[in-house]
Write a protein that binds this ligand. Sequence first.
Ligand code: ADP
Ligand code: MG
Length: 558
Amino acid sequence: MQEPPLHILNNIFGYSEFRGQQEEIVGSAINGEDCLVIMPTGGGKSLCYQIPALARKGMGIVVSPLIALMEDQVTTLQQLGINAAYLNSTLTREEKSNLAQAINHGDIDILYIAPERLLQSNTLNWLSTKDISLIAIDEAHCVSQWGHDFRADYLGLHQLKEVFPNTPRIALTATANQEHQNEIVDRLELSAPKRFVSSFDRPNIHYSVQPKKNARTQLIQFLKARRQQAGIVYCLSRKKVESTAEWLRKQGINALPYHAGLDTSIRADNLKVFLQEDAVVMVATIAFGMGIDKPDVRFVCHLDLPKSIEAYYQETGRAGRDGNPADAWMVYGLNDVVQLRQMVDQSNASEEHKRNERSKLDSLLGWCEVTNCRRTALLNYFGESVEANCGNCDTCTTPPPKWDATEPAQKLMSNIVRTGQRFGVVYNLEVLRGKKTDKVLQYGHEKLSTFGIGKDVPEDTWRSILRQLIVQGFISVDINNYGALQLTEKSRPILRGESQLFLRKDLKEDIEKKGYRKSSVSDNDRELWNALRQCRASLSQSLNIAPYQVFHDATLME
Ligand code: ADP
Ligand code: MG
């Protein structure tokens, strides 16, 4: 007699009820149906295959792309008394043969395995003689060649359909819009799968993003209005975590620091206080969060920008797990952007990886800068087609002052078209701003009608226009083609003047203030100045005096 899923949930996993669509998903898999599960990170995808794997006869196979993920999950399952194991390259020959014996005896309930290992023909032949209860393909977006995490080995997983014709397969991921969903179904050759798409919406979270003026003052104002509440304040660096926590304590806030550089015992103590006492504010780096299940976190603040919308969503997702109102509050400034860009530029990652990181950062910025409903924009980013305003985020309750950027947007779009939709951000801006760089001359683009028509708009403003166009889906970035900018179906109404693009006014003023000196100088002037600067540097060196002493009027130079 099969054990009912709810019993397994209660007695083995120790949870009282299913979350969201878990029960339906588990039911379908137990019935032997193929399933596609799209659920946000932390939503509870693992139970969707672990429970049916236990409920059905035979061993469950879980395909997972990362060794660390496998080890993590297997340890957790073993602690619950489940016979779980993983098969990957870290096992010794002896461990492998022990595991093979256990599998032959039918002693393993759930086996985690890397795709390349599973697809070896001897592994497939061997496992095809066993009772397999279900096959789960975790992180299924890895099969998408257009995604950021493409894994060539995932492409071979369609063979499982033939090798295990009577075994249900369940593919799970946190990121997939409609197009990617179809791609996953096609490439894995799922048979008429049941689709379970959970919304990414967290209706009880109030989103708010402010331009950074004086971050500490802004933060303390926010915190003082939430005296009796627990929350998290994220900072980028360990140093900033410590100085912020200390400063908050001086302001009478019960704040504690948390980052990976602190002593293990201090970290454990601070975590305990945060979990057990009321109204503690944890100031932390992103080292704080994974696996922290405190339902009544009332706010998550970001004093620095996270590196992507995905990261932001995950970090703010720790607020309001209990369903009561909670805040996601962030301040951001152009300096943050510069800092994060530098971190990307200076890393040792491949050029392709860096391009991805930059474009993720740009998406986040674009989202910070939206003038329409912030929640809608967030959900759109995750592929949910929502149109209505939520009425609950900052841009809905206090619409920001806007300016009409339709005309510059049209200029930018027509430049993209005229240069053949083959170039990235930097080059498009060079042409628009009339720069006769080698590359521009090489393509003869100094003769285009769009050459130099964007001279009067500061570069940072162009970038923010561009981000909005990307975030709102008017322009797409072809990651596989060196980040070439291309127009989308949606862009026509803007080009024809039937629809308008609005940008935040506060941001424009901020840029213009900062960029004033830069934009008031022509390129000719700048060349001359650079020459002067070099001259000054060499003079100061040979005369052994400070550079500013070389010219009487040092301000001329800076
Ligand atoms: P995902 O793979 O979707 O990111 P996980 O499966 O790792 O999410 O689950 C995230 C967290 O939610 C885990 O700590 C898990 O134990 C918890 N969880 C999942 N389902 C339930 C449930 N029905 N009740 C309580 N907690 C749950
Ligand atoms: Mg998972």
